[in-house]
Write a new protein. Structure first.
Length: 419
């Protein structure tokens, strides 16, 4: 039976905005040479020795036209204090260049297993042109090439999934891979699992088919808690369809039950306190859930693109409910989050906002927002512009992220922020 064990509403007061600019360092500007990656999507990934991995949605040396079909890149710290870029893989590298059977245009960040293999998805390419799940394996000798393997090709058959979104894959200890995509029995989205087989292939299974009232468009993958439950957001769907046409979106939980998975809708957005969660779910040590919604929030924030949005917190087993609303002041910088939040010490939250020129990195402490950095603060946006979809990464007291535009060549950057 459907139960709503969490609720959400506007916080009692909207607290003030504090300004505390951090120091930005541009680690790498993309577009430095022909074949470099461009248009950075997805979050960053660090390995144990401090190398950074990510994907670009365009660029590389292969594909139709001059834009390229995307890359997987690595940034390595140098002894001089800089960073060296290496393109590990350019998509549309094998087979027919008009179909890109090895995948094209990756839009989600990467996941790494204990052997150093990288896993990700592409939103296009494959035998049907609707995306793939891939693995990149490191070379056996230093300086060798990485090996790409397509683990699953999505198809136009709804039961095989299609067009995976912005969410990183999740891998359990047994090597099973979990993610979300379009497709499914109603063509409204699925949660899927890929399980490794003895012959090296992977079997595909749908853990949940979204049907409308229980969600539409699970764009940002799933997050596991310590008990093996999965959590995610669906950007549309729910029962409030009169307010938001297709429904205002919701937060869901999947729990194992009777050999399968049972969905519980934890919270439905209704348009009054915001709508359209476009966010992965973050979980703190107390089991509280955090994420963002894209539009709305009262006042001048109406249910249309380009107006505000906010951060939500859902508390298990309690009537406590919280939301923080951005105020875009008629612009794009302080509003419209296109990703989730990263939890720091003391449940401090970090994230990015802004879908037009500029954008910002923010911090939330005790419901007070602090702007840590405003992009496009330098001439020609040399410091970056438009934060990439994907969560901020915290490492050694610094924040790391990427932008879609800006930098020396106008094609995106990877940056760090320090106080």
């Amino acid at each position: 039976m459907r139960t709503a064990i969490f609720t959400l509403m506007l916080a009692i007061c909207l607290c003030g905005l504090a300004l505390s600019q951090s120091t930005e360092t541009v680690l790498y500007s993309f577009g430095a040479y022909t074949g470099d990656g461009t248009v950075l999507f997805g979050g960053l990934l660090f390995d144990s020795i401090g190398n950074i991995y990510g994907v670009t949605n365009a660029g590389g040396t292969h594909c139709i036209g001059n834009y390229g079909c995307g890359t997987v890149y690595k940034l390595s710290p140098t002894r001089s204090g800089g960073w060296k870029e290496t393109i590990l893989y350019s998509f549309c590298n094998t087979g027919n260049p008009s179909t890109c059977p090895d995948g094209a245009v990756p839009s989600a960040g990467l996941t790494m297993d204990g052997s150093g293999n990288l896993y990700g998805t592409t939103a296009g390419g494959g035998t049907s042109g609707v995306g793939t799940v891939f693995r990149l394996s490191p070379p056996s000798v230093q300086g060798g090439s990485w090996t790409q393997t397509v683990l699953w090709t999505f198809s136009l058959n709804p039961e095989n999934g299609a067009y995976p979104g912005y969410g990183k894959l999740n891998i359990d200890a047994a090597g099973n891979i979990y993610g979300t995509s379009g497709g499914g029995s109603k063509n409204l989205g699925i949660v899927f699992e890929l399980s490794p087989q003895l012959d090296g292939t992977y079997s595909f299974s749908i853990l949940h088919n979204f049907t409308g009232n229980d969600g539409v468009g699970p764009a940002y993958g799933v997050t596991f808690d310590s008990e093996g439950n999965m959590y995610g957001s669906a950007t549309y769907g729910g029962r409030g369809k009169a307010t938001c046409n297709q429904g205002c979106g919701l937060v869901y939980k999947l729990s194992q039950s009777g050999g399968g998975w049972q969905e519980t809708v934890l919270y439905e957005f209704d348009g009054v306190v915001g709508a359209y969660p476009f966010s992965p779910i973050s979980i703190d040590k107390f089991g509280n859930l955090y994420g963002t919604f894209e539009v709305g929030g009262g006042g001048d924030c109406v249910l249309s693109p380009g107006t505000c949005g906010g951060v939500f917190k859902l508390v298990p087993g309690s009537s406590r409910r919280y939301a923080f609303y951005f105020n875009d002041n008629g612009g794009f910088n302080d509003g419209n989050p296109q990703n989730g939040v990263t939890i720091g010490s003391g449940n401090t939250l970090y994230g990015t906002v802004g879908i037009g020129q500029g954008g910002e990195v923010y911090m939330l402490q005790n419901s007070q927002e602090t702007i840590l950095y405003s992009f496009c603060s330098l001439p020609n946006c040399a410091d970056g512009s438009v934060p990439s979809p994907g969560n901020i990464v915290m490492r050694d007291g610094a924040l790391y992220g990427a932008t879609v535009e800006g930098g020396q060549y106008g094609l995106g950057i990877v940056y760090s922020l320090t106080k």
